[in-house]
Design a protein. Structure first.
Length: 191
């Protein structure tokens, strides 16, 4: 199972965070004039996410995303380089126009998570951020072209790491729904 690559921060095992960690800065991938976002506290609910909307580093199956109260998120440089990825999405993901990295996602509509921003602490050089706590939307990687017969290996790798995996309904039912969706989109033709 350990040969399944999920995300660079997970592939070598999980590094525990520091409960007393207090703040840090996220930076996009631009070598010069990066967008910088100051987070005024540690994050909550850090997790691996398999949805198709979250930013993932090249080659990763999952993103690592957490939430933090909106008032603790401050853009400190590069505001002019930020753009909303999808204006129609519930989570307004702000990405750098140049490198494409998502710095934070904000909910403006009435929603249970309004007031929390979604962030990727892997964009910070500081150590101590809360470690991933679980995996969400695991079946969604099928909708992006991942082969359904590899899902037991993906879930097995998360189990090795000590992370619970979550989907709506049972995993086999969610895999079936996601496989149908991927076939309909033409992403899986040989299954």
């Amino acid at each position: 199972m350990s040969s399944v690559s999920l995300h660079p921060l997970l592939d070598q095992g999980i590094t525990k965070g520091d409960p007393s960690f207090s703040s840090g800065t996220l930076r996009c991938h631009c070598k010069s004039n990066p967008v910088e976002v100051k987070l005024g506290g540690n994050v909550l609910h850090n997790h691996a996410c398999g949805c198709s909307k979250c930013w993932k580093p090249a080659g990763a199956l999952f993103s690592i995303v957490a939430v933090i109260p909106r008032e603790q998120v401050q853009v400190i440089s590069g505001t002019d380089k930020l753009k909303i990825v999808d204006e129609n999405a519930v989570i307004q993901r702000y990405a750098c126009k140049d490198c494409g990295v998502h710095l934070f996602g904000r909910i403006e509509k009435e929603h249970p998570f309004k007031g929390l921003d979604f962030v990727h602490v892997e964009l910070s050089d500081q150590k101590g951020w809360q470690e991933p706590q679980f995996a969400a939307f695991v079946s969604s990687i099928i909708e992006q072209g991942y082969k359904p017969d590899g899902m037991a290996g993906v879930r097995g790798r998360f189990k090795e790491l000590g992370l619970e995996t979550y989907d709506c309904l049972s995993p086999p039912l969610m895999d079936a729904i996601a496989t149908w969706t991927a076939k309909k989109a033409g992403l899986l033709t040989d299954v």
